[in-house]
Write a new protein. Sequence first.
Lengths: 114, 116
Amino acid sequence: SQTIHQWPATLVQPVGSPLSLECTVEGTSNPNLYWYRQAAGRGLQLLFYSVGIGQISSEVPQNLSASRPQDRQFILSSKKLLLSDSGFYLCAWSRGLAGNREQFFGPGTRLTVL
Amino acid sequence: AQSVTQLGSHVSVSEGALVLLRCNYSSSVPPYLFWYVQYPNQGLQLLLKYTSAATLVKGINGFEAEFKKSETSFHLTKPSAHMSDAAEYFCAVSDGSGGSNYKLTFGKGTLLTVNP
């Protein structure tokens, strides 16, 4: 069966510090990968998605970036965090073109920027 | 472009009462539709999905949803609420238009409270 991991689970960072959140998927190959941010009362905002190694699509302009160095690894980064980067970050995966498009979510990372 | 509207950001029911969470979608082509549930400080869990087969879809935990093309709706129901159903529920749509085969568009969510 497939599993998805995210770490860390919680993170408190000062404004201006760097960020690195990691997501890995097990039990599948060549998944589509996604990063979402969830702010209070605002639903899920898609930040990035990737259909393959080194292929990153950005959905919103921001000071965040994403990378996919390996097939089942997806990393969210920032060089300098802003207060507005606080939120709950969710990683998700889905099967490729042959799938039914449902996405499977990780447990999330709670980020607080002070 | 696809979009989802969830009517009611907060729904409160009594234990044992009917649960009805509303979702309307906008799509230029036949959509795939999903309901997810999120418990506090957890990721989203898929409840059920519609993928152009039967219009009445049954999911986990006794939930079901009916796809109504004429009303562009995909409302989520459960005959009898349980305390453990208290969570936030998200409706999502994927229509694959505009090269967006890989993306879901989520509603803003409905927080369900179950009163004893």
